[in-house]
Design a protein around this ligand. Structure first.
Ligand SMILES: Cc1ncc(COP(=O)(O)O)c(C=O)c1O
Length: 453
């Protein structure tokens, strides 16, 4: 990508390249896009080009960019009280916790605040270890749980490889993914049954009494948005109950409206009498990342462990007032403006049907899957063999050119290995979604050039 022509943007670009170590990157090769402004579903780059944001950044701006209500709530809180010792009670934090408990399953009434998703995962696992007195953990191979030590070792995908401590007690299993089934399954039911059998037998072989926690993304995010079969999470709950393992649903990416429900796990429950996890980790969508925040929602049965015995963990900025004020404003706003309902409608009426049409038209699409504003497009070089258009953990000219073509035409796509994710803000309108999908349609002609047969 060429560096910006505009002098001010060019200076930002040069300074960034000179002084910032960008996450997951070799600094000598970074080529960042300068963003000078953002509003709603759009970004403006250093040369004034307007881009429709189909990424929600790192899938966090559920209410879009710069929502004036949330910006004002942060400004008002800053004027009143910027920071406070987490041991003191504060109005913003107390109300944020109450609202979060309201949108969580019944019986989950207590929140431990962190600064981000990875810390939420660290603390959820620590709570499970304290609660059970056990150490080992279970998580899926195709998963991402964060980039600090425990969360990184829980992570199943390629981002763990270079960071693997090898001794953290993290055991990985195959979660369902019918398109690339590990179980030779031919339908959802087989995939579900066999994935559960595999999990149960793996636990048996690894020592059931040694597992503190199982963590699972209710709908896996960056690793490919593989919506699980309807009964899978319920089955996982039963296995956890059988062995006394704490079940953690990681809703960092999938929570707060992304799937068209407050929590992604709500798609797989028939209501509050149904199953619930023991802990939920959250971050991103809870305040769209306007101020860093994450946390753990505790079921009463886990919270009871810390009623008279202290929970041994804390953070200077836990429940930071600016962040909590933005959570309060965000949840109220999402309710007032029916943003979760909008995400559901967009998935059902626009993105889902249109992506299925694109899959009919473009031979480079192997599968589309998702719900709400959380969709993956699996790109293949050969539909028959399902050979990915880029290798696992890698990139390819076909993917890069398709991405660049869409960008030149005004659409920012989320790209991961051989997948494009269609993950716009939950506030996107049908017209905006259609506009982006038209651009994607044109860009896919480039990907089709790389299809064999
Ligand atoms: C499912 C999931 N868990 C945890 C994390 C880590 O969150 P953070 O980057 O805020 O530390 C992410 C980040 O993408 C995620 O998608």
């Amino acid at each position: 990508m060429p560096a910006p022509q505009n002098a001010a943007a060019r200076e930002v670009y040069e300074k960034e390249r000179a002084h910032v170590l960008t996450p997951w990157s070799a600094w000598g090769t970074t080529d960042p896009m300068v963003v000078t402004a953002a509003e709603g579903c759009h970004l403006t780059d250093g040369d004034g080009n307007r881009l429709l944001d189909f990424t929600s950044q790192l899938v966090n701006t559920n209410i879009g960019h710069q929502h004036p209500v949330v910006v004002k709530a942060i400004q008002d809180q800053a004027a009143e009280l910027c920071t406070i010792n987490p041991a003191h009670a504060n109005a913003a934090r107390a109300e944020a916790a109450r609202l979060i408990a309201e949108v969580a399953p019944a019986g989950m009434n207590r929140v431990f605040f962190t600064n981000a998703g990875t810390e939420a995962v660290e603390h959820a696992v620590r709570m499970a270890r304290r609660h059970t007195g056990r150490h080992k953990t279970l998580s899926a191979f195709r998963s991402y749980h964060g980039a600090t030590t425990t969360s990184m070792n829980l992570t199943g995908d390629t981002r763990r490889w270079a960071n693997d401590m090898g001794n953290t007690g993290a055991v990985h299993f195959h979660a369902p993914f019918l398109y690339r089934s590990q179980f030779y399954a031919e339908n959802d039911k087989q995939e579900c049954d066999r994935a559960l059998e595999h999990l149960d037998s793996l636990i048996g072989l690894e020592g059931p009494d040694h597992f503190a926690a199982l963590i699972i993304e209710s709908v896996p995010g960056t690793v490919g948005i593989m919506v699980p079969p309807a009964d899978y999470l319920r089955g996982v709950r039963e296995i956890c109950d059988k062995y006394g393992i704490v079940m953690i649903c990681d809703e960092v990416m999938s929570g707060f409206g992304r799937t068209g429900e407050w929590m992604a796990l709500d798609n797989f429950r028939s209501g509050d009498d149904d199953w619930a996890p023991d802990l939920i980790t959250f971050a991103k969508g809870s305040n769209s990342g306007y101020v860093p925040l994450g946390g753990v929602i505790l079921h009463d049965r886990i919270a009871a462990s810390f009623e008279t015995t202290p929970y041994t963990g804390g953070l200077t900025y836990a429940g930071h007032p600016l962040a909590c004020a933005s959570v309060v404003a965000t949840i109220n706003l999402m309710r007032d403006e029916k943003i979760v309902e909008n995400a559901k409608m967009i998935g059902e009426d626009v993105i889902g049907p249109r992506l299925r049409e694109l899959a009919e038209k473009h031979p480079s699409i192997g599968e589309v899957r998702g719900l709400g504003v959380f969709w993956a497009v699996e790109m293949v070089a050969d539909r028959e063999t399902r050979e990915p258009l880029a290798p696992y953990g890698g990139s390819s000219e076909a993917m890069a050119r398709t991405f660049a073509t869409a960008k030149k035409d005004g659409l920012l796509l989320f790209m991961n290995y051989n997948r494009f994710h269609v993950v716009p803000p939950c506030i996107i309108t049908p017209d905006e979604a259609n506009e982006g999908l038209d651009i994607f349609d044109r860009a896919l002609d480039v990907a089709d050039e790389y299809v064999r047969s």
